[in-house]
Structure formats: C-alpha cells, structure tokens
Design a protein around this ligand. Sequence first.
Ligand code: SAM
Length: 512
Amino acid sequence: MGGDNGGVLNPDATLCRTLAADLADARFRSEPMRARWGVEADDAIGRTLRTPALRGLGDETDPQAVLARLLIFGVAQPTAHVDAALPTLRARGLVELGLARFDGSDTVPTAIVRPQSFHDDRGPGEWIIAADLDEIATGGGALAEDHVLGVGGASLTLAGLQLPTAAGRVLDLGTGCGVQALRARRYAEEVVATDISSRALRFTEMNALINDTAGIDVRAGSLFEPVAGETFDRIVSNPPFVITPRVQGVPAYEYRDGGLVGDALVERVVAGVGDHLAPGGTAQFLANWETKDGVAGLDRFRAWVEASPVALDAWVIERESLNPIEYAEMWIRDGGTAPGSPEHDRLLTAWLDDFAARGVSEVGFGYVLLRRAAGEPTLARYERVPQPIPSEGALGSHLADVLAAHDAQAALDDEALLARRLTTAADVTETRHYLPGAENPTVIELRQGGGFGRSVQADPALAGLVGACDGELTIGQILGALAQLLEVDERALTASVLPAVRALIDDGFLRL
Ligand SMILES: C[S@@+](CC[C@H](N)C(=O)[O-])C[C@H]1O[C@@H](n2cnc3c(N)ncnc32)[C@H](O)[C@@H]1O
C-alpha cells in the first residue's frame, strides 16, 4: 500500500552548500517564479494542481525553468539541462544527495526542493526546503507510509504562532523536514530537533545546511525519549496527532499518525511536556481533541492539563470542529485517496466504525500554548475562535504581547489596577447598532483589527471606559466619572466592569 520514497539521503555539507549556491544563482526564489507563472497558477499549486504553472513555464530551458520543473513539480528533465542549471553541483551532485536518480539521459527527482517564503518580526525571509515528493509532484496516488512531509498549511500556522522572543534552548518534537526548527533557530541559541523517522532527520540536517543554519541538533526517538532529563525554554511541535482507525489495511502514515488510539498521543504530549519545560518555559503545538461520550473536546483537554504532574498555564484555542464524516474525508484525501473509489469507501467505513465504537461525535483542531507556571497557574483559557484571523501566519508577536499583558494584569490586585492608566489599542474600533428610530444602541460592539480579530459586546459603561482610555486618567478616575454620568453606584460599577477590563487586557484591546 502507498508509494515508495526516493533514494537514501546524504546530507553532505559541501554538496548542500553547492546546491544552495547554484539555486541562488538561478534565482530559485518564490517571487520571481510566482511572477513567471502568474498568481492564478500559483493559487492552483495550493490546490495540488501543477499543470497551470507548468504551462506558464512553456518549454523554456533556462536554469530557473528547468529547476522549477524538476524540483518543485517533480518532472524529469534532460540531464544536460540539469547540468547547465546547476553548473557547480551538476546532476550528479543531486543524485549523490539522494534527491534524484538517473534514467537514461534524464534526471528524475526523488524529492522536492522548494523555496518557502516567510515573515516574522525580523522581516521577510525565504528558506529552501527539501522533503519527499508530494501530490503536486507525483500528480496523485497514495503516499508512502514513511513519507516525510514538506511545508504545508499546518506547518506555516505553527511557524507563525512561534513566539518571536529570545530563547536559550528549543525542542522541536516531530521535526519532519525541520521547518519549525529553522524558524525556532532564528530566536534561539540552540535547537534540538527530534523525530522517529531517520529519513526526516536527514532532511532536517540537509535543510539546515542548505539554509546555512548551524545549531540544530537532530536526535532520533519517540516523543520525549531523546531528551530524557533535559529541559527547554520553549517546545514547539506539530505532532502526529491525526486520528486513525487501528485496523488492518488502514495506512498509518508516520508523518501524521503517532500510532495510538484516538487522541491519546496529544494526551501523552500534554502529560510529558511539563517535565521538559524550564520554569516559565512555553510549549506551543497543534492538536486534535475528540468530543467523546458527550464530553466536549476542550473539557477533555482541560482535564489532561489539570492531571499534569507539573503546574501549567494553559491557553487552548479551538479553530474548527469537524464531525466524523468530515474528519475522515479530510484525512483520507490527505493520504492521496480520492473519493469515488472502492478504496475510499473502505477507508471511510473504517474511520466511521472507529469513531462510532469509541463514542466520538466531533473532533476539534486548534492551537495549544502551555507554560510551566512559576507558582499557581493564572491562565486557564479554553475557547473557540472560529472567526477568520487577520494575519494567521504572524500571530506569534500578538501572542507574546498578550501573554506579557496577562502576566502584568494578573499581578495587579483590583486596587492597583484601578490606579493604572490604560490605552486603547490602535486597531480597536467600535460599532453601535440601533433599532430603527431608537435613541440608545441595543448593541455596542468593540472590534479588533489585528490579533485574533475578536469582537466583544460592551455595555455603555465598558464602551465609555474603552473610549476614555487614552493614558491620561486612571481606570479608577474614569469609572468615578462614568458612575456620575450614568447615575450608578461607583463600587457596583467597578465590581462589574473590572473583570471585563482584565479580559480586554488579556485580548489586547486595552494596553497597560
Ligand atoms: C505533522 S509532521 C510535522 C512536521 C514538521 N514539524 C512540520 O511542522 O511541518 C509530524 C512529524 O512527527 C514525526 N513523528 C511521528 N511519530 C512520532 C513520535 N512518536 N515521536 C516523535 N516524532 C514522531 C513524524 O515522523 C513527522 O515528521
């Protein structure tokens, strides 16, 4: 079952650097290539369609076109053209790296090598990432069970979520092609990248060399085994959380499936992560959680956190929830089996049987942030955030800001908070909704332009307070003035508004 992965990878430092230099000379970069085949064809690549981009390249034989066909789209090229496109490495070097093989007078790719643009607090950048041939490059068909994933949507989501603040040691658990490790290394002195797949670790070594990034230490082993007894300032992971029925004939893809039943792998990560975090250290990962026997997935997650032997702050964000049919469809398709075939029907039946037998009615997906609490945890936030997020790929700096704001407000008692001057964040706007002809609004909505793009309903007192937070008056002074204006008791107003003020600080609407 499934396809075959390519040759044995050889992350030789000289060959990797030579490849990087030849690719740079050929302008093997996202932007010039996107410009070449056009935005529509580029969007189609995201839907696994390579034909429009290949049409855009026509039969040009310049280095950029040859390399795009070979390394991005997985199309064999005449070896003479590859030699000309990689004048120092030559096609032979690609074969020695394990990224291609010869077939007569052609060079046939056995892996993809793609430019991947990114943006973080330090500005825009681009990586070159090698990984196994995917559906774009093979044109379809089931994947090999030991397939090493390239950079996908989830990889970019987690890379964007990573806190852009300095860290000493970072663990990337389940590194795959190493994209999280590369991202983490921009802010960390040392990264340990682990995986059960030796092929994944060789891709990670190769990608570190191609991207001229030292300080990534690769280690083989399952979950926390390779880092027993070690602690980290940060742990990032896009773990193999996908739920797979444990029955004969259902492929268990290493890249997405940790081999346990249901969401037990995620539970295991939560149970183990605290021991590997330095005090104050933060773990960020993506996960699935099942709604099971009527218990909501987020509530089950909360129970895992509360059972941790190490006290953890927790912020868990459910971005979407799928019913069993939708979930099975998505992951069967991801494995390369299209609907409408007997194989698809067989797999769908296996998934639905498994969910039914275990009492699973929904599967949530989302982002997890756990922090080793210095004392008592102050953060226990389990929420659904279904709305579109303005810049989902760059949430890390927002997370860093609101975590710092939360810590600051949590350290203030009510009296101290009342003495502070706050400002309303620049991206906050207010909308008032009136019944036709009414003098007073029925709904006042505060909306955030950045961050999670949240909107909250406010009563006139809270809206008045947010409107008055320009750093001049303290919260206590503003509430005193509002109590007079609204002719209400100041103490009662303060008691009702302060929790909302804390929540608005936590969400980034108000700044301390
Ligand atoms: C979804 S991929 C993530 C790859 C990459 N970190 C990213 O963000 O794109 C999950 C990775 O976990 C690895 N993996 C699977 N089971 C594992 C285990 N028990 N312990 C550690 N890694 C595992 C897989 O080989 C795969 O590389």
